[in-house]
Design a protein around this ligand. Structure first.
Ligand code: FMN
Length: 224
């Protein structure tokens, strides 16, 4: 009988010891989890630190194979076309290139009520070729170029003519787009296609400045 009681006592003792052991495990796990949970806060700066080192060479050396094959090139005198260009770049993952005038357009230059203003004079002269002030861009590696501009007197500003005559668009599909006070894109695309003499030109479209990215996405999908 004593033996049986002793065996039962031993069994009871072992069970309670085992139970204690089980309790301590989650506690240990929690303790381990704590630093791990705190880790991101302390690791964050370390994780951020290498980013500039790895990102910088990629930005500094846009090897033809390394950049997007989509370029969104645009001229914008008052920012409306720029906004649409940025949305197209966001939707396509394309690179942005701003065509800046070597001699920036002043408010007086843009006064379409003045028949002798710079913009009116240029638009009246098919041979006007305002200079480009932005750095030259290599089109190598780009297969699609979205080309944006405001409508001036029913067509593309002459600085677009300067741009398309300056570059070769061999092997590139060019998709014109514009913003305006209401006029359509008119003959801007065919005008520029004739002056460029290279590239595959798709029919362009006119957008209002507040066009949504979703609408631009549908337009782009419709082009394919
Ligand atoms: C010189 C000049 C001529 C313009 N001619 C037209 C036109 O013929 N039809 C039209 O709808 N809007 C016309 N506009 C309005 C612009 O096309 C419109 O404001 C455009 O969205 C401006 O784009 P931006 O801010 O990118 O320069 C003209 C604007 C300027 C400055």
């Amino acid at each position: 009988m004593k033996k049986i009681i002793s065996i039962l006592m031993t069994a009871l003792l072992m069970t309670s010891l085992a139970a204690c052991g089980n309790n301590s495990q989650p506690a240990a796990a929690k303790e381990e989890a704590k630093p791990a949970a705190e880790a991101p806060a302390t690791e964050a700066p370390a994780a951020e630190a290498p980013a500039p080192e790895t990102a910088a060479p990629a930005n500094e050396a846009p090897a033809p194979a390394g950049h997007s094959d989509v370029l969104v090139a645009y001229f914008s005198a008052t920012g409306t076309t720029k906004g649409v260009a940025e949305k197209i770049a966001a939707v396509t993952g394309g690179d942005l290139y701003e065509i800046l005038a070597a001699e920036p357009y002043t408010e007086d230059d843009l006064n379409y009520n003045d028949r002798s203003s710079r913009s009116t004079t240029e638009q009246n002269d098919k041979n006007a070729r305002p200079g480009i002030g932005s750095e030259d861009i290599s089109l190598e590696g780009y297969t699609t170029v979205y080309l944006g501009f405001p409508i001036w007197w029913g067509e593309e500003p002459r600085i677009l003519d300067t741009f398309v005559e300056k570059y070769s668009f061999d092997g590139i599909t060019i998709i014109p787009f514009c913003t305006s006070g209401g006029s359509g894109i008119g003959r801007s695309g065919p005008n520029m296609e004739a002056l460029a003499g290279s590239g595959t030109w798709l029919e362009g479209s006119r957008f209002s400045g507040n066009v949504s990215e979703a609408d631009l996405q549908s337009w782009i999908e419709g082009l394919k």
